[in-house]
Design a protein around this ligand. Sequence first.
Ligand SMILES: [Zn+2]
Length: 417
Amino acid sequence: MLLREVRPWGGPAADVLLRDGVIAEIRPHAAGAGGQRSQVDTVDGAGRLLVPALVDAHVHLDSNRLGLPFREHTAGTADAPATLAQLIGNDRAHWREDPPVAERAATAIGLALARGCTRFRSYAQVDTDCRLERLEGVLAAAQQFAGRAEVTVIAFPQAGVITDPGVADLLAAALQAGAGIIGGIDPCGLDRDPAGQLDVVFSLAQRHQVPVDIHLHERGTLGAFSMELIAERTKSLGMAGQVTISHAFALGASNDDATVGRLVELLTDNDIAVATVAPAGTGTLPLRRLTDAGVRVGLGQDGMRDYWSPYGDADLLDRTWQLAFTQNYRADALIDYALAVASIGGRSVLDPQAPRLGGVHDRPGLAVGDPAELLVIDGDSVTAAVMDRSGDRTVLHRGRVVADGLALVGRRYRTGH
Ligand SMILES: [Zn+2]
């Protein structure tokens, strides 16, 4: 496959040859050089940008309601925002009213893939109400997209582990059934037994040899305490590189600078990754500080138009804009960096061996030998593409075109003949 006349990270036009799912050759674009066009499939870049494909490092494919009629938010009111317990209860009361999880998850994967996201790390709620039904739905949707997108599924105890007796056994069953990661959530705030929850989660990780991903909404000293407990277990079990903390609000403005510095050190010492959904307010991450320290950080859409929130539209580029906006970025280098976090950053969360962002000016991911997970998109510059989010996109997974013009394409896509 030849990508003709594309601009890697907004640089000079190049012709990029893909072979066996990786970038095989990059050479300056030669106008009219058609000698190889009879032998290889060609995508006409037409001067568009080339960036690494987006990676959703934190998404709840099992709860999304994309494509369904819009529904009023019924957890909490304008004057009394919902508590976590009310959000969980609202979801539990209504999720069966929607089409099957497999159908909804497939809709979301298709929409996101068509917009440039080829890899997903998705939660599937596991509790005593839904048991493995949601997990099986997300796994079925992932199977439907095998060869076109990669989906790793997290067995996620959304309603707690200790407060919902029986969940530990269901989590073990979920890992047997195909979940690739074990999740946890607010071990203090939700379970009120941090050691109890984390010991269950980490022992399942050890027994099934899977990574850990903890949703941590806890702020201030409570969140810092939970992060310390997670780091302790990561260290004592030799799980460096295998643990992610999602949200990690304790790294935001709810803690003082010295505490945040100490927490960043815990993350680097134990190679613990962070996944963010780019919130505003005190949960906003010190993004540059984290990547400057070598922490792997990825971006995700979180829930999309579900019982928790009306936000989310399956376009990770919109969320990239939100990341730049909530970080108050204006300089082009910083907005380009936000896109690097959404692509290469996410990849490094999924794979600790993958290259990681060394800082705001680092743009890895498009060298010879890098995986041909790519997004070709119209835009004057990378920053312009984040601002305008053109629909003129071509998406490649393992060196093959899987979507074009925001629509999925068949496996035998060919142009240039
Ligand atoms: Zn989440």
